[in-house]
Design a protein around this ligand. Structure first.
Ligand code: NDP
Length: 290
């Protein structure tokens, strides 16, 4: 059986991992990279080298971009825009939702379709069981290439709006980056009293695990716009937020992150919501100037 061919442009750690996943499954894979030498190993492993951007585009309808940002897409495709007509460009580069919508329009003016995507695993996990990728853009073109896209990870289609994949990618990294910084801050607070990170691990793990169990109930509050706070309310948790800022100040460590959290509780208390659940901070976050 003949596997669908694919072009991959951008051979950073992610692009290289994707090429290897497609080669392993027998998909003819054409590669191009600004720094041409980054394709050498892949060509030895069976990839087809395109010498020019136009050749890379001409090779296949399905063209994957794995670049640092969307500006790199213009830098690369701008010089070969005559070769874009009829291509389905799957851009797996991170950037803002607005830049992604603009890129869709830019490609459409040149006869190409954009499917925007975000890969949710690091390079070593591309093509593995845990891998999944967010996609958004015209459903018809996603579906045509879905089986090929599944090779690099489960393909989660979110809707026609090109911004949706970026928003989901950023929502996930919002949780990830903020949580990692919260963990580091907590470890620094303990270190101020000489406590090792190692001894804190079981407690931190317990905490991260229990946080996930609150989410379904919290989402219900957010979606229904009701924030009953019988068990733990904003006034009580806001006092704790204040204590964390005080403890951090006493320890002489950075207070930026806990101060930002405290400001959200202060906002909810000022809005008369002290008796509600912590989920009412959602409204403070959504309307920061209210
Ligand atoms: P890198 O930033 O290391 O790779 C960038 C690629 O973009 C290289 O091929 C580079 O070419 C090319 N590039 C950058 N700027 C230009 C330009 N102006 N013109 C032409 N080519 C350009 O990225 P990764 O492989 O790590 O990641 C790719 C995307 O995937 C990013 O958007 C990242 O956010 C996302 N991602 C990364 C993950 C990771 O763990 N690394 C995990 C999930 C998503 P050259 O080789 O010539 O420099």
């Amino acid at each position: 059986d003949k596997r669908n061919p694919v072009t991959v442009m951008g051979l950073g750690p992610m692009g290289q991992a994707m090429v290897r996943a497609w080669l392993k499954k027998g998909h003819p894979t054409t590669v191009w990279n600004r720094t041409a030498s980054r394709a050498d190993d892949l060509v030895r492993e069976g990839a087809i080298r395109a010498d020019t951007v136009a050749d890379a585009l001409a090779a296949n309808e399905l063209v994957i971009l794995s670049l640092t940002d969307y500006q790199a897409m213009y830098d690369i495709l701008g010089e070969a825009s005559h070769a874009l007509a009829g291509r389905v460009i799957v851009n797996l580069s991170s950037d803002s939702p607005e830049k992604t919508r603009k890129a869709a329009a830019w490609l459409a003016e040149r006869g190409a379709q954009l499917i925007a995507g975000g890969v949710m695993v690091p390079a070593p996990l591309v093509g593995q069981e845990a891998a999944y990728v967010f996609y958004s853009g015209p459903r018809r073109f996603f579906e045509v290439h879905q089986s090929t896209l599944q090779v690099i990870g489960r393909a989660d289609y979110l809707g026609e709006d090109h911004a949706l994949a970026q928003l989901h990618y950023q929502a996930q990294l919002d949780i990830f980056l903020t949580s990692l910084s919260a963990y580091l801050h907590a470890a620094a607070l303990l270190r101020s009293a000489g406590v090792s990170a190692k001894s804190f691990v079981p407690y931190a793990v317990d905490n991260f695990n229990s946080i996930s169990s609150y989410l379904a109930e919290a989402a219900k509050h957010l979606d229904e716009g009701r924030h009953p706070g019988e068990l733990a309310n904003v006034t009580m948790m806001g006092a704790t937020a204040h204590h964390i800022v005080e403890a951090s100040t006493e320890a002489g460590i950075d207070i930026g992150l806990p101060a930002a959290v405290k400001a959200q509780y202060d906002g909810a208390i000022a809005a008369g919501r002290g008796h509600e659940s912590w989920t009412s901070l959602f409204d403070v976050i959504r309307n920061p100037t209210a």
